[in-house]
Design a protein around this ligand. Structure first.
Ligand SMILES: Cc1cc2nc3c(=O)[nH]c(=O)nc-3n(C[C@H](O)[C@H](O)[C@H](O)COP(=O)(O)OP(=O)(O)OC[C@H]3O[C@@H](n4cnc5c(N)ncnc54)[C@H](O)[C@@H]3O)c2cc1C
Length: 418
């Protein structure tokens, strides 16, 4: 049977109507080659707008299901403006009592392993992740049974035990610590580029252009308008343009997605001092009034320090990427307090990135309102990268009607969308 546009619509309509969940077929190959496309979807063409982690891994998952895929991005996968454009991103399983994301994280660990085997490169560095609990620990306490339920290893450590294990960290004010040994960091922009290489190797297409949505007529989105003045017609359209989504759809998304500016700093460790390398230090997250975090090693870019608090609104296209002096001061205060050997560490590099926040920080995965052939996947809200392969599978399955839209990710959760 060949897939027609009507089949997609029927699947999408069934999904929207809340059809019983059907497991997506396993598509990830662990053996170093791409899975064979299934013949029944070769006539289906999906255009994916945006080659960040959401778009590139969804495009790959669609291609692995036999779909014809065109991926479009004006600046390329993991570019310096994209939220996925950093060197590194943390992967961890802790999400409080929220089993949706912990379950997705467990799938993501498997997904990254399969992707690494497929392309023959490593992107996940399992340094472990150390949570330093300063005050209210309800979020971390609630996470423990959820981690256990999803097979993600974790250790509860007294402050004394943690201090003995990582003497380069000062544990003043820390009540206890939670260690996730399987967690670590991902080579972010490189993974996006590798996903697109795998897509092209599997017969997908990458186009270097900016895309604008076509007009909606009779519930259908028309051809994309590309910056090279051409049009692109597909059976279905997926918009995965991260922080640019509210510009593409100001009416539907302007009130629900806000890009915020996030400063990241990289400090130089003392010459020959290996204590702050990834072999000797885990990714760390200080869980107090603010959530401060860092990545050791970090591709030799320096000791990475960042603050998860949401910054001011930011323009992802034209915004100047200069960090605020307050960010440097706050990072220096943290280094002096938590990593005494780095008190006078020189600032080597800075980066400004942006989160693409929903009000509740849950992702968005839904149809574009008023259409039955267009979808939105975004709202990573500062924690989306880790899920790349698992989220790509899920988005692909939803677009193809194999899974219903999950209420947690639906636009209808926002009052003004109802
Ligand atoms: C500083 C920082 C730290 C973070 N830390 C973590 C972390 O530790 N762990 C974690 O899991 N997550 C983390 N995140 C969040 C994570 O990086 C994002 O949620 C994720 O990268 C979002 O990916 P995306 O594909 O939705 O968007 P993006 O990566 O922004 O991709 C969108 C793409 O769309 C393209 N585009 C824009 N306009 C158009 C158009 N008109 N036509 C075609 N293409 C277009 C862009 O060029 C871009 O490539 C962090 C984010 C930041 C900024």
């Amino acid at each position: 049977m060949s897939w027609t546009r009507r089949d997609v619509l029927r699947g999408a309509a069934a999904a929207a109507a809340g059809t019983a969940w059907r497991a997506a077929p396993a598509t990830a190959s662990a053996g170093g080659t791409a899975p064979a496309p299934s013949a029944d979807r070769r006539n289906l063409h999906v255009a994916v707008v945006g080659a960040g982690v959401f778009g590139s891994f969804t495009a790959l998952a669609l291609r692995d299901r036999g779909v014809r895929v065109t991926l479009i991005d004006p600046w390329g996968p993991g570019n310096a403006r994209a939220s996925s454009g950093g060197e590194t991103r943390i992967i961890r399983g802790v999400y409080g009592a929220d089993s949706t994301y912990t379950e997705l994280a467990a799938r993501a660990f498997a997904g990254w392993a399969a992707f690494e085997a497929r392309v023959g490169r490593r992107f996940l560095r399992p340094t472990g992740a150390l949570w330093l609990v300063l005050a209210d620990d309800a979020f971390l306490r609630a996470a423990i049974p959820v981690l256990a339920a999803h097979g993600l290893p974790h250790e509860e450590l007294t402050t004394e035990a943690a201090a003995a294990r990582w003497p380069q960290i000062r544990f003043a004010g820390v009540r206890w610590a939670l260690y996730e040994p399987r967690a670590g960091y991902l080579l972010a922009r490189q993974a996006c580029a590798a996903a697109v290489e795998a897509l092209v190797a599997a017969g997908g297409e990458l186009r270097s252009a900016a895309a604008l949505p076509g007009a909606v007529e009779n519930g259908r989105l028309g051809p994309l308008r590309l910056s090279d003045a051409s049009r692109l017609t597909a059976d279905a359209y997926l918009f995965a343009a991260g922080p640019w989504l509210p510009r593409l759809f100001p009416e539907a998304l302007g009130a629900h997605l806000k890009p915020t500016r996030q400063d990241v700093l990289f400090f130089g460790t003392p010459a020959g001092d290996r204590r702050f390398d990834e072999e000797h230090m885990p990714v760390w997250i200080e869980f107090g009034e603010r959530l401060l975090y860092g990545i050791p090693g970090n591709e030799r870019r320096g000791f990475k320090v960042a603050d998860d608090s949401r910054g001011p609104e930011f323009d992802p296209t034209a915004g100047e990427r200069l960090v605020a002096p307050e960010s440097v001061a706050r990072a220096r205060e943290l280094l002096a307090r938590r990593f005494p050997a780095l008190t006078d560490a020189p600032l080597l590099e800075t980066r400004v990135c942006q989160y693409e926040n929903t009000p509740d920080h849950d992702f968005l995965l839904d149809r574009l309102p008023g259409t039955d052939n267009a979808w939105i996947a975004g709202g990573g809200s500062g924690h989306g990268f880790k899920f790349g392969p698992a989220w790509g599978e899920r988005v692909a399955a939803t677009v193809l009607g194999e899974r219903p839209v999950h209420a947690k990710f639906a636009l209808a959760r926002f009052p003004s969308s109802k």
